[in-house]
Ligand binder design. Structure first.
Ligand SMILES: [Mg+2]
Length: 358
């Protein structure tokens, strides 16, 4: 069951429309796909999708980190996931995006070898779940139109990017709620864009618009600030950029800084730590969402498998496939109808890849 090869391939993903969040404007995206082969004939696919302003990694750094880690990983037993992570952690303290690509490909192999779809290998809590669709930060009028479009596509949940000054952000939520009516769920992501005072002011002003949750109001390092804001508002706060590792999860719980977790496989170095983070959350009464970076169907299928696999992960935000044209050489995974994802019953990720056509 030895690992015999680890390959990478850079793939450019075309954005259907430029996407603006408080951290910057995203106009193009590249990702790194990973293919691992084992002695007993299995092939696993993974993905390392860096979003440098969140993860600190780039396509080039991911490829060189994977090449370096491969030197020790090739020859190791692919069944020993804990040892594989130990070995990767001895090579790099961080580089979680690079590690995620390897982790996902190994989990694809482990599930294929068990002849189970990955979501069942991870626990099989459910075979379908509801997804949100995110809208870019624009003028209130344009965001109201975008939210209506999300509704017309059959989604019941819209995720709204905010993170500018109070007057503008409050106007955005007012316009969106008035446009879509009262039935649809609104979740918000401020992407670290507010100060403490702005956060308290905005969150209290928009409480009347029935908001499910607000992601990451303040800077990623400011757990104390989040804890202070949390005491003064009634809408729950979700950790995103503040949460990479299981150790971060413990710190957040100790500081009472947030109410729930947004796990992303690119932040957590893949599924292995995602399991640990969601288990820590579960034991502390924190529910989890799984979000994504600019990922292809491979990364998204791994995230979807994790949501479907775990009881403590009821919230789905793996929506990058709706914002980017997907390479025709990658197919399978799952189906989406009216915002509801149904998992495939094929072994592993259930993804077919024509590697040479990428
Ligand atoms: Mg977020």
């Amino acid at each position: 069951m030895k690992i015999i090869s680890i390959e990478t391939k850079k793939v450019d993903l075309e954005l259907l429309e430029p996407f603006r969040v408080s951290l910057g404007l995203i106009t193009s995206l590249s990702t790194v796909l990973v293919r691992i082969k084992t002695e007993d004939g299995y092939v696993g696919y993974g993905e390392s999708a860096p979003l440098s302003f969140v993860t600190g990694e780039t396509v080039d750094s991911v490829i060189s980190a994977i090449n370096l880690m491969s030197k020790t990983l090739i020859g190791m037993d692919s069944a020993c996931i804990e040892k594989i992570h130990e070995t990767m952690n001895r090579t790099f303290r961080e580089n979680n995006v690079a590690k995620a690509g390897i982790d996902i490909a190994i989990y694809d192999i482990l599930a294929k070898r068990a002849n189970l779809p990955l979501y069942k290998y991870l626990g099989g809590s459910k075979n379908s779940f509801e997804l949100d669709k995110t809208i870019s930060m624009e003028t209130p009028e344009k965001m109201a139109k975008l939210a209506l479009k999300v509704k017309s596509e059959g989604f019941n949940i819209v995720k709204v990017k905010l993170g500018e000054r109070p007057k503008k952000d409050i106007a955005r939520i007012k316009a969106i709620r008035e446009a879509i009516g009262s039935d649809m769920t609104i979740r918000i992501d401020a992407n670290q864009g507010w100060t403490k005072i702005e956060a308290i002011k905005i969150i209290n002003a928009i409480e009347k618009y029935d908001i499910e949750v607000i992601e990451q109001p303040l800077k990623y390092w400011d757990l104390e600030g989040h804890s202070l804001v949390r005491e003064k508002v009634m809408i729950p706060l979700m950790a995103d950029e503040s949460l990479f590792s299981p150790m971060d999860a413990i710190k957040i719980i100790k500081e009472k800084a947030f109410d729930s977790f947004n796990i992303k496989l690119m932040k957590s170095a893949g599924l292995h730590n995602a399991i640990k983070i969601s288990s820590i959350g579960e034991a502390a009464g924190y529910q989890c969402m799984v979000g994504c970076m600019g990922e292809s169907l491979i990364g998204i299928s791994a995230g979807a498998s994790f949501i479907a696999g775990r009881t403590n992960v009821p919230f789905g935000d793996t929506d990058s496939i709706f914002h980017m044209a997907q390479p025709s050489a990658i197919t399978g995974g799952f189906t989406v109808t009216n915002g509801v994802v149904t998992m495939s019953n094929e072994p592993g990720l259930g993804i077919e890849v024509e590697w040479d056509k990428l």
